[in-house]
Design a protein around this ligand. Sequence first.
Ligand SMILES: NC(=O)c1ccc[n+]([C@@H]2O[C@H](COP(=O)([O-])OP(=O)(O)OC[C@H]3O[C@@H](n4cnc5c(N)ncnc54)[C@H](OP(=O)(O)O)[C@@H]3O)[C@@H](O)[C@H]2O)c1
Length: 113
Amino acid sequence: MQNEIHPYYQEQDVVPFIQSKGIVVQCWYPLGGRGHTSELLGNETIAEIASAHGVSPAQVILRWDLQRGIVVIPGSGNPDHIRENLDLFGFELTAEEMKKIRSLDRNEKHDWY
Ligand SMILES: NC(=O)c1ccc[n+]([C@@H]2O[C@H](COP(=O)([O-])OP(=O)(O)OC[C@H]3O[C@@H](n4cnc5c(N)ncnc54)[C@H](OP(=O)(O)O)[C@@H]3O)[C@@H](O)[C@H]2O)c1
């Protein structure tokens, strides 16, 4: 099941429900979608967590998805970004950091398909 999912639109009830049926959730617009990425990548909470792990805000968001058991599909035409977006397995977000990102939810959808 593919759905829009990012820290400002988390689908907190929908994701565990779909997963409880044995269905894999994939997320599109993980970084907010084009035109919205600066809001998410510039978020203070995400930037603080990134700094604590020595990674980028994009990596924090993508790692947060993986730790929720969600397959993540970031879009990029930049080879440096693509390499960065694959480098998600050398750090782990703490339960407290996961909770902080959870608190950023605004039910703010950026597109309709
Ligand atoms: N199933 C559906 O209905 C559906 C709907 C929408 C989208 N999608 C798919 O979902 C995927 C993602 O969508 P999207 O690309 O529109 O949104 P996105 O992944 O949220 O955002 C992509 C934007 O983030 C930038 N970016 C990527 N990695 C970055 C990094 N490490 N640091 C800084 N900026 C970074 C990209 O710029 P650069 O190119 O400069 O890296 C691009 O502007 C695509 O494959 C798309 O086809 C599916």
